[in-house]
Write a protein that binds this ligand. Structure first.
Ligand code: ADP
Ligand code: MG
Length: 678
């Protein structure tokens, strides 16, 4: 019944159904779970509790007959003095002159409207005669986009609730109902739509938020467990001695955090489970080497590895780095969209025969034509740049390699346990020794001369600089123009004292590579660029990052950009040119100058922008919750996660009848997952 069409509700025909569909309401359940977006408060309060400029409801006795004055065309203003307690306030109503006969001296009336503390007056929108007051002290307000009138909608909900009464079976086990003192599902739903009091409403919300988060966590945990059990993946047998030698030969010592992450990866690789792990670490924390060790482990165990990155520039750079790192021990190839013809065929053949040990590339790697001899390990760098789909493609290709996702965007804990709850997580929360935090300044563009002089000074010391201009979706042409213009202006300004390069997304790959190569080799001092360089680019000699119109970027993105400098033991600088209008914008710039901790910035960004915006909606793969708020309901989220783990890994699901509804729920989820609806 709950899942039947809305037309099963009395009074809903095809025409109304169509309208409800516009609100994404298809079933009775959808209707009942369409909650008010807010509640207006009509509770009668004493004057002392009213707040200036806010909506309020007061009750009193009219002291003198209403006065009406007309102004403009057909506009009117009705006023009367109202005695509330010992005070007489003025009530004003616009365009209600016809009420003059009703609102007479001696009558008791309840009025709702905006309260003006200083003038002691209320501009009323509603009034109710008599002492009874408003019918709905708490008025639910639905977001109906004018598709259905609100009165009609409320009637529908009432009807629906009546019709399914008795079918809203409790699905939470008693244990949790008692432990958290939750109200029943049926009662909670009723209170959401027809709240008796704010206290009831709060209880209802608490109950339903828990439901939502528990079901979500159950899904993640169930899938995680399922994946673990399904894939008795290949248990690799690496040559640990060789790997130790390799680590000892590195030009630096691994940080403790890197060591720990490496051990976790090693444990996954050598276990019968299939790795599904996220490696999280701030920019410059040294994730690549950890992945490289994993790749070497895999190689000594006789399997191939693939490293997938979001841009060609990054692929090229990793390729160079890996070639240097592994010299002659590994056969490494670069495979991107621009590798064509004979070379491409050779690489593909090498992968299929097993002659190639490691392939590095963009998403071209997971295209249909690519076959491996024995792909054992896949590393996906900057994973948030990849859609959920690309991960799925790998799986659908029937390949079950161990997979390591890496991200330099520090993911707030809140998001990490939700969107990546089905992964294991390793965190590198420690920087290699000797790194100096990047000094960050926020200036207005009136300081440009000084900035340019500063860049020149750094260049004269043998260092390099980036200048980034924003690129905005939809109008990128204009912004590339910005980079181009700036490039030309600077070329004139610096004459030939400073050599400038230009990099943007409209250049061909060959052009981009050429510029990057020149910059990496120090043949260009300054690189004027759009955010193409945001991800992963590593030129340790660069010490200055100037970001134009910094207020247009998210904090995490600014942090990424800033991470392009400070990659050696030389002091580096980040200069944010910004003139933000609002307080939030100013606050964001201030925060950037005050912390270089990516996790702190990420938490802050999440609070400011909300989870949807955090990665960009499409990429986030985050569910849209009806009630839960990942920031506000963080504690409930953690509780729900703990409970879900207990439920999934415990034996009550199978042995306790009280858990039967949840068991059924989990079974449905897994069935859908296997059919590819995840
Ligand atoms: P990210 O985590 O941002 O991908 P990288 O892996 O690119 O960082 O590492 C940044 C730089 O730090 C590289 O030049 C790398 O060689 C160097 N590096 C990595 N680990 C260490 C370490 N333990 N000590 C010193 N330098 C290191
Ligand atoms: Mg990196």
């Amino acid at each position: 019944m709950l899942d039947s069409r809305v037309t099963t509700i009395k009074g809903v025909g095809e025409a109304l159904e169509e309208k409800l569909n516009q609100l994404h309401i298809y079933t009775v359940r959808d209707l009942i779970y369409t909650f008010p977006s807010r509640y207006d408060h009509h509770q009668i309060l004493p004057l002392s509790e009213l707040i200036h400029e806010q909506k309020a409801t007061i009750q009193g006795t009219i002291v003198a007959d209403s006065l009406v004055s007309f102004f403009g065309k057909k506009k009117s203003r009705l006023t009367f003095p109202l005695q509330v307690g010992d005070v007489i306030v003025k009530v004003i109503m616009f365009n209600r002159h016809f009420l003059k006969t009703q609102l007479q001296a001696g009558k008791t009336v309840t009025v709702t409207g905006k309260w003006d503390q200083y003038r002691q007056q209320l501009t009323a929108e509603h009034h109710f005669l008599g002492e009874k007051g408003p019918d709905e002290p708490i008025e639910p307000v639905y977001l109906l986009k004018q598709v259905v009138p609100s009165k009609r909608f409320k009637k529908l909900i009432k009807q629906a609730l009546e019709q399914v009464e008795g079918q809203l079976d409790e699905f939470l086990p008693d244990t949790y109902m008692t432990k958290y003192k939750l109200i029943s599902l049926a009662y909670a739903l009723k209170q959401m739509h027809f709240p008796e009091s704010f206290k009831h409403l709060k209880q209802a919300k608490r109950r339903l938020v828990y439901d939502e988060l528990l079901l979500f966590q159950l899904k993640l945990q169930a899938i995680k467990k399922f994946n673990r059990e399904r894939t008795t993946g290949v248990k690799k047998q690496p040559d640990f001695e060789l790997v130790q030698q390799f680590i000892h030969a590195l030009p630096f010592t691994l940080t403790d955090a890197q060591m720990k992450a490496m051990k976790q990866i090693q444990a996954d690789l050598t276990s019968p489970y299939r790795m599904h792990r996220l490696l999280q670490g701030d920019v410059g924390s040294g994730k690549t080497i950890v992945a490289a060790i994993g790749i070497y482990l895999t190689h000594t165990a006789g399997s191939q590895s693939a490293l997938m990155v979001p841009t060609e520039i990054l692929a090229e750079q990793h390729y160079q780095g890996f070639c240097q790192l592994f010299k002659d021990t590994l056969h490494i190839e670069l495979l991107t969209g621009s590798v064509k013809g004979k070379k491409r065929r050779e690489i593909l053949a090498g992968l299929a025969s097993g002659e190639v040990d490691v392939v590095i590339g963009t998403h071209a790697l997971i295209q249909a034509e690519v076959d491996f001899d024995s792909l054992g390990f896949v590393v996906i760098d900057e994973q948030h740049r990849f859609g959920v789909n690309q991960r799925k493609v790998l799986r659908e290709k029937g390949m079950d390699p161990d997979v390591l996702f890496m991200t330099a965007t520090p993911i707030p804990r809140t998001l990490a346990i939700t969107s990546f709850g089905d992964m294991d997580v390793s965190i590198i929360d420690e920087m290699p020794v000797g790194r100096k935090p990047v000094e960050t300044f926020w200036v207005k563009d009136t300081m440009l001369d000084r900035i340019l002089a500063f860049i020149e000074k750094e260049v004269n010391k043998g260092h390099q600089a980036y200048i980034v201009t924003p690129l905005i979706e939809g109008s990128d042409k204009m912004d590339i123009q910005n980079a181009v213009d700036l490039y030309q202006q600077l070329a004139v300004y610096y004459d030939s004292r400073v050599l400038i390069g230009l990099l943007h997304g409209r250049m061909t790959n060959d052009e981009k590579d050429a510029v990057m190569k020149e910059f990496t080799e120090g043949k260009r001092d300054v690189l004027v660029s759009t955010t193409v360089i945001e991800v992963g680019v590593n030129v340790p000699n660069a010490t200055v990052m100037v970001i134009y119109d910094a207020e247009r970027f998210g904090l995490s993105q600014l942090h990424q950009l800033r991470g392009r400098v400070g990659r050696s033991d030389t002091q580096s600088y980040c200069i944010l040119i910004a003139d933000p209008k609002g307080d939030v914008g100013k606050e964001r710039m201030r925060v950037m100058t005050e912390t270089t901790n990516g996790f702190e910035l990420a938490e802050y960004d999440l609070k400011l922008r909300g989870p949807g915006d955090f990665f960009g909606k499409k990429q986030s793969g985050l569910p849209e919750f009806r009630l839960a708020d990942l920031v506000e309901d963080y504690r409930t989220l953690e509780t729900a996660r703990r409970d879900a783990t207990d439920i999934i890994y415990g034996d009550l699901l199978d042995n306790d009848l009280d858990y039967a509804p949840l068991k059924q729920h989990v079974e449905t989820i897994l069935k859908q997952y296997q059919q590819g609806f995840d």
